[in-house]
Design a protein around this ligand. Sequence first.
Ligand code: SF4
Length: 225
Amino acid sequence: MDRCNLTVLFEPRQEDLVEFLADMHVEIVASLPCYSQDNVDKQRGHGVYDKSIQALRRLNVVGYGQEGSGLLLNLVYNPVGAFLPPPQEKLEDDYKQELTTRFGITFNRLYTLTNMPIARFAHMLQREGNLDAYLELLATAFNPHTLDGLMCRHLVSVSWDGFLYDCDFNQMLDLRLGGNTPLRLGEWPGSTLVQLLAQGDIRVDSHCYGCTAGAGSSCGGSLTV
Ligand code: SF4
């Protein structure tokens, strides 16, 4: 699975990335925080929407998101502010309607993600004085039915240099698995590593309420219907 921000496809020396991903049958999960230009450019920067649309067209041309191709192209929505995402299925219909009608773009699924109260988003909320209110919103919306599906229960994230994390949010926060003796690929036989992973606790903190709020949030979108 390639978590792709779409504009990366136009970076220098990435010209063959689309064909490479298609040849390797890599599933693409691409961020497109809204189907409207205003919202995307406001959140990601001027010109990002146009580039994202161009990138989706390139992916469609090689078969991504096309029925029967086996090349999965899933899009990711996240709210443009400090609120929870709307219901995923209805929003997927809206995305398909807009992108197909206006640009002829097709894709497989839309995943809704909750904004995690970490990194740039947390700093923005702090600057605006909204961080505590957002944390309260997430905690109040805690949904125990999301727990079984949390991605930290089923997946690990691996950094470029081989360190392991419960998820990519913990990776951003540098909360390594193993704590003071971090687990790293290549330093243990595979079977030992699996045992260590099974014994270890998941490193949870207040940001985890972002995954458990409302319908839940994971790299596969909402966790409940
Ligand atoms: S942020 Fe917390 S709850 Fe969410 S996947 Fe990571 S460890 Fe699990």
